[in-house]
Write a protein that binds this ligand. Structure first.
Ligand SMILES: Cc1cc2nc3c(=O)[nH]c(=O)nc-3n(C[C@H](O)[C@H](O)[C@H](O)COP(=O)(O)OP(=O)(O)OC[C@H]3O[C@@H](n4cnc5c(N)ncnc54)[C@H](O)[C@@H]3O)c2cc1C
Length: 158
């Protein structure tokens, strides 16, 4: 089994191998498949979202640059400190549209920091359904395409 360090996204045995985004499987119970008493496979996994992939990819890229320059990798992107957001489109219409907006923080439960709500910040964990989400999704869609195409002012889109 390939073991990847939790924060640097570096293989624990082969230091020049990294895994990020949805390719990354955190060690321990989060990735270990189980079988129920009725023989059903239970394969737990953390939510795998775009923002997580971006942060883990950035940390790995900076760590590879550190290694090329002869230094120890020091860039981390802990999923116990990372937020996740997902907008699932339900109906694409300007005025009758609908989407489900889901926010979660942190992605991996941090019971030390948020002991009262089983590891999650309850103020940043939310689910909303409605037209606002559909508009949010539409705005993000056009903003990201604008940025990717390098159109005027693209640098100002985060
Ligand atoms: C329908 C849908 C809606 C989603 N909505 C949201 C959302 O609202 N918010 C959110 O945060 N996340 C959302 N996600 C999840 C998000 O898209 C993924 O978590 C994210 O794209 C994963 O990024 P990644 O770079 O790890 O993997 P990917 O984006 O899957 O990139 C992997 C790349 O590797 C390439 N590849 C695969 N095999 C090989 C090979 N052998 N050789 C070379 N290249 C290869 C693939 O072509 C691909 O380009 C959604 C996902 C789906 C499917």
């Amino acid at each position: 089994m390939v073991r990847i360090g939790q924060k640097t996204y570096q293989n624990q045995d082969y230091k020049n191998i990294f895994a990020v985004g949805i390719a990354f499987a955190p060690p321990g119970f989060m990735s270990k498949p189980f079988v129920s008493s009725k023989g059903v496979t239970i394969a737990p996994a953390i939510p795998r979202t775009g923002y997580t992939s971006e942060l883990t990819g950035k940390a790995a890229a900076l760590n590879i640059a550190e290694m090329i320059q002869g230094r120890e990798p020091c860039h981390t992107a802990s999923m116990a400190e990372t937020a996740g957001m997902c907008i699932a489109s339900l109906k694409n219409s300007l005025f009758k549209g609908s989407a489900c907006t889901i926010g979660i923080y942190p992605i991996v439960r941090n019971r030390e920091r948020f002991p009262e709500h089983n590891g999650r910040d309850i103020k940043a964990a939310t689910v909303e359904l409605g037209l606002a989400g559909a508009w949010f999704k539409r705005v993000l869609h056009h903003a990201f395409l604008h940025k990717l195409a390098g159109k005027p002012m693209w640098k100002y889109i985060p």
